[in-house]
Ligand binder design. Structure first.
Ligand code: ADP
Ligand code: MG
Length: 243
């Protein structure tokens, strides 16, 4: 089976810093792949490389077998890669529905003026999927924190992606919101390939099928959640000894 998204030997240098170093990764529909690691490990840079926000210094990215290395974020989004950002990318003064209809990568806001942005039906069904069907006419700025995070995923879903790249979607959520969100992540993983960057280890271990642990830009460990939890190297570098 061809992976929905495949990265081979991805590296990204920022001046003297190798933020991502020789990372290979495959994402398949039906699988939630969690990427964890300490701050500065290179997780967001990896997401940015996969989404085409920044080009890799070396390595390649394939979508359904097609080499898309160096393609723009918008072109990659059109190939079925949806993403959320660690920092929010919403239009606070617009309604929930308008945000979903105007879903495009951040660098290409001008494309929102084009007629080929997501249809009303796609936007509505994306919002229903994330539990916001009753709030489509609300101004985004009036949503709760948890609802805003749901909306971010809804915006990503409006382009009907096969792959979802989620960078810390649970940041700032309380335990109850996090639990509900974990349910949504499990559902989304049934018919998407999901890459989840997240620090909430309770949620990560409850939703992940596979995990990659990053440290200093490199892959420190990879495996099933039980293998990661049991890995002495991962415990020493990140998890500690009481997870
Ligand atoms: P994480 O998401 O795991 O916390 P990041 O990918 O954000 O890590 O950052 C990895 C390293 O790359 C950090 O040292 C960060 O300061 C650096 N970095 C990230 N983006 C840039 C950039 N645009 N320019 C320079 N350095 C960057
Ligand atoms: Mg980050």
């Amino acid at each position: 089976m061809t992976a929905a998204l495949q990265a081979v030997g991805l590296s990204r240098r920022f001046g003297g810093l190798l933020a991502v170093s020789d990372v290979s990764l495959e994402l398949s529909v039906g699988e939630l792949h969690a990427v964890i690691g300490p701050n500065g490990a290179g997780k967001s840079t990896l997401v940015n490389l996969l989404a085409g926000e920044i080009p890799p210094t070396s390595g390649s990215v394939r979508i359904d077998g097609q080499d898309v290395t160096g393609w723009s974020a918008w072109r990659i989004a059109r190939c079925g890669i949806g993403r959320s950002f660690q920092r929010t990318n919403l239009m606070p003064d617009m309604t929930v529905l308008e945000n979903a209809r105007l879903a495009v990568p951040a660098r290409h806001l001008w494309r929102r003026l084009r007629p080929n942005h997501p249809s009303m039906a796609n936007a509505r069904s994306a919002l229903a999927r994330v539990g916001l069907a009753d709030l489509t006419d609300r101004i985004a700025a009036t949503l709760s924190h948890g609802q805003l995070r749901q909306l971010e995923i809804g915006v990503a879903l409006a382009l009907q992606p096969k792959v979802l790249l989620l960078d810390e979607p649970l940041a700032g959520m309380g335990p109850e919101e996090s639990e509900a969100f974990a349910g949504l992540l499990r559902e989304l993983a049934q018919d998407h390939a999901v890459l989840l960057v997240e620090h909430d280890m309770d949620v990560v271990f409850s939703v992940a099928h596979r995990m990659t642990v990053m440290l200093d830009g490199r892959v420190l460990a990879r495996g099933a959640p039980d293998e990661i939890r049991a890995s002495p190297a991962v415990r020493d570098a990140y998890l500690g000894h009481d997870v």
